[in-house]
Design a protein around this ligand. Structure first.
Ligand SMILES: [Zn+2]
Length: 403
């Protein structure tokens, strides 16, 4: 089972410089390889294989010695793997086309191994021992460490560990995906189990009460004393509903945040959905937007992380077992069988698990939403004009010649 710990890092000025160089190399190689993929496709109509652009690395390091000097080799390997995954996700309809990375956004690099925790320090190859604040002990085997720098110049490390499944319950290190439902309020998945949280029944009761009282109110003569009295009664019921909904959202978000270090949600366009009349009442009532806000600020207090995934991601109609994407899945279908691997799925549980997996993918790629932010079109990278990189390098020529 995977657990995540997010820690704030306090690098020295020298370490900041070393990190900046590593970020730069990873970004450069991502953009180089992405451009090579695009050019190769334009020239041959075929997509470039992972082994091809991974294979360019030794030659690139010869051509650009700073690549070798400034960046730990595994970091670049991770870039290649992440680009390959981004491409696959695009072709299989799970994500938008990968974007070029800019130095003006959040920066990140990923280490598949070799990072160790040493007391209050995180020991990172080529960077050194960086001072870190650990709010909880890092247990288990470190799988990946993603070091990022925010646009406000704060440094963080997301440490993903593999742990035995036993000590999960009492600790709050889970990574959970949440699918916000209509039948149930929310469905969570922690990678092993799904949990459904129903809409509170008393809310429904209050709602019926409100409808009854509003009807009575409408029958009262305008300007009459009893109408004024009833107006106040209705306002009170309204207040009660607002309070108990707020209370429910606070309690549930608190529970989930206590259990988790990372929470993955879909970035829903609630306004857009409310336009759909049929669903509008249920959606405005359950208060999704508010719920995500509550989770967000509570996670910030506990140093956790909210990962919002793209609405584009087809969480409901993707099979969480084999990745097969259905053509469509109407709202009334609550359970389905995958035509590819025959796994039986509960609609909402499958969606919550997919949301979690997608969150982990984004987390381990480090780029967060930026990887696919406003994707769909390919922008020329900012650094291209400065001649920092070009696919007309020897590595690329050698590669194309060999294909
Ligand atoms: Zn399947």
């Amino acid at each position: 089972m995977l657990k995540a710990t997010k820690v704030r890092l306090y690098p020295t000025p020298e370490q900041e410089l070393a990190l900046a160089k590593s970020f730069g190399c990873a970004r450069w190689y991502w953009n180089f390889a992405l451009n090579a993929c695009i050019q190769h496709y334009q020239e041959t109509g075929k997509s470039l294989k992972l082994a091809s652009y991974k294979g360019m690395l030794p030659q690139l390091k010869k051509e650009y010695p700073w690549l070798k000097e400034n960046c730990y080799s595994s970091v670049l390997q991770c870039v290649a793997i992440n680009l390959d995954r981004a491409y696959k996700n695009f072709f299989e309809g799970r994500a938008k086309f990968p974007n070029f990375k800019s130095k003006h956004h959040k920066q990140s690099i990923q280490y598949p191994q070799s990072v160790t925790v040493n007391g209050e320090y995180l020991k990172v190859p080529k960077i050194g021992e960086i001072k870190a604040i650990f709010h909880r002990e890092v247990t288990g085997k470190i799988k990946t460490v993603t070091i990022s720098k925010t646009s406000t110049d704060k440094y963080f490390a997301s440490i993903l560990c593999e742990v035995e499944g036993t000590d999960v319950k009492q600790s709050g290190d889970n990574i959970i995906g949440i699918d916000l439902g209509l039948k149930d309020f929310a469905i969570t998945h922690n990678g092993e189990n799904a949990t459904k949280y129903a809409n509170p029944k008393h809310l429904y009761r209050h709602q019926k009460n409100l409808a009854r009282k509003q009807k009575k109110l409408s029958r009262k003569t305008k300007g009459s004393k009893s109408r004024e009295k009833f107006r106040k009664i209705v306002a009170k019921v309204h207040e009660k509903i607002t309070n108990s909904r707020q209370d429910f959202l606070h309690k549930l978000s608190r529970k989930l945040v206590n259990e988790s270090q990372v929470i993955v949600v879909e970035n829903l366009n609630v306004k857009g959905m409310v336009k759909n009349r049929k669903l509008s009442k249920a959606i405005s009532d359950v208060g999704w937007g508010k719920f995500v806000n509550f989770i967000d600020y509570k996670l910030k207090q506990s140093n956790g992380e909210l990962v919002e995934i793209d609405r584009f991601f087809p969480s409901s109609k993707t099979c969480s077992s084999c990745g097969h994407v259905l053509d469509g899945l109407s709202l009334d279908i609550r359970e389905w069988d995958c035509p590819n691997c025959h796994t039986h799925h509960d609609r909402d549980e499958n969606a919550a698990l997919n949301i979690r997996n997608e969150g982990i993918r984004i987390l381990t790629e480090g780029g967060g939403n930026l990887v696919f932010a406003d994707g769909g079109c390919v922008r020329p990278p900012a650094c291209k004009s400065k001649g920092h990189w070009s696919v007309n390098s020897e590595a690329y020529t050698a590669l194309v010649g060999s294909v």
